[in-house]
Design a binder for this molecule. Structure first.
Ligand code: ATP
Ligand code: MG
Length: 177
């Protein structure tokens, strides 16, 4: 008999980088699901100010932080952008384990999955003013405390690849050398 996938769910983010707001939502979604797929969106991008980390680096951040948080009912799937929105849901489905529920606050993502017949649930926001990828990257560039916004495992991954140096360098304008 085929497995019952009705309590399998999906959450998608760019995770540039994974922060404590993402962790809060992933932890809650994993707790109310049999299995949670964490989709790494815009997977093809890296080394850009808005998308500094590769899909592989983001994979390590998520996998190591979830291991530390003792969450074990998840898969991580990198998902490249497809700039053809009418078939985007099929593209996501083709890359992921089966799922029936999608957690998202993004109106666009919500609309596409609703039109495709999925159950879409809102994911509660955790102190959004501080916990956002944009704020983490801004603090890295300005040399202020970004570490407290992300799980310790993410600090380790970023330190191991000189992630802060990368974010600073790629956010500079051309220099006259
Ligand atoms: P960026 O500022 O780079 O866009 P982000 O913090 O918005 O980063 P994304 O990687 O774009 O994060 O992921 C988007 C999803 O992550 C959102 O749709 C939202 O559901 C979730 N999310 C982001 N921040 C929080 C937060 N503070 N609390 C709960 N969920 C969050
Ligand atoms: Mg965002």
């Amino acid at each position: 008999m085929a497995r019952d996938y009705s309590h399998y769910s999906l959450v998608i983010g760019r995770f540039q980088p994974l922060h404590k707001g993402h962790m809060d939502v992933i932890r809650k979604c994993a707790a109310e699901s049999d299995h949670l797929t964490v989709g790494i969106g815009s997977a093809q991008y890296s080394h850009e100010p808005e998308n500094p980390f590769t899909a592989g680096e983001r994979y390590c951040m998520i996998d190591e932080a979830l291991h530390d948080a003792e969450v074990d009912n998840y898969s991580i799937v990198p998902i490249e952008d497809l700039n053809r929105y009418s078939v985007w849901v099929s593209h996501v489905v083709s890359m992921c384990p089966p799922f029936s529920v999608v957690y998202s606050n993004n109106p666009f993502t919500r609309r596409l999955f609703v039109e495709a017949g999925y159950e879409v649930r809102a994911s509660p926001m955790y102190d959004r003013a501080i916990y956002s990828g944009t704020e983490v990257r801004r603090r890295m560039v300005h040399g202020t405390d970004w570490e407290s916004l992300v799980p310790p495992a993410v600090v380790e991954v970023i330190d191991s690849i000189d992630g802060v140096g990368r974010v600073r360098e790629i956010s500079q304008r051309d220099s006259a050398v």
